[in-house]
Design a protein around this ligand. Structure first.
Ligand SMILES: [Zn+2]
Length: 200
């Protein structure tokens, strides 16, 4: 009986560990790649290594960047006193596309999810706390979901210690369970403009 070659097994295992890729899809991708020209495979390999070597997280806001601090943190025209808190860097790109926000961001790098073993210490909350002394408003722009609400609740507790900080949340233009990064620009702009203050 012949078994799957080790090389194929290794790549399939790696691919199936990716978000949204099951074992069947991983095998399909693996066999697809096997038939691609060598120079194309080298491009994949190089793109992956570049991703690791050239992209990092901004030490201030945790946004992905090629230079530190990131261009948004360095921009003197942006308002330091308003922070928009988002789950991941894709949300920053989505909000930037609206051109409706002129403050700065804080990227959490995930949401609190006890079921997946993600606690507050796994997010960039320590970096956030370092910024709060000079901030006047924090906008919670977190996707409405169980994990989003748990995270918002946790942040609410921390932020309530800072009397100088007003907390607002996006207007409910974003559908429940919907993803901020997929909301259209008009919806996102309205959600930002219609944000409401949260009670502390
Ligand atoms: Zn930054």
């Amino acid at each position: 009986m012949s078994s799957i070659p080790k090389v194929i097994q290794e790549l399939t295992d790696l691919l199936s560990a990716l978000p949204g890729i099951g074992k069947k899809s991983a095998q399909r991708i693996c066999f697809y790649l096997m038939d691609r020209p060598r120079d194309e495979i080298v491009r994949y390999a190089k793109a992956l290594i570049d991703l690791k070597d050239k992209i990092t997280h901004c030490p201030v806001c945790h946004f992905i960047t090629e230079e530190t601090p990131c261009p948004i943190c360095r921009d003197p025209k942006r308002d330091d006193s308003v922070l928009c808190i988002v789950e991941d860097s894709l949300d920053v790109f989505a909000i930037e596309k609206t051109a409706a926000f002129h403050g700065k961001y804080h990227v959490l790098g995930g949401l609190i999810s006890p079921l997946d073993g993600v606690g507050p210490e796994d997010l960039s909350i320590d970096l956030l706390v370092k910024r709060l002394d000079t901030v006047k408003e924090v906008i919670l722009a977190i996707n409405p979901s169980i994990e989003g609400d748990t995270t918002a609740h946790y942040l609410h507790k921390i932020l309530s210690r800072y009397k100088n900080v007003k907390m607002t949340t996006l207007a409910r233009g974003i559908p429940v369970g919907g993803d901020l990064e997929f909301a259209d620009e008009a919806t996102l702009t309205k959600a930002l403009e219609g944000r409401s203050e949260m009670n502390k």
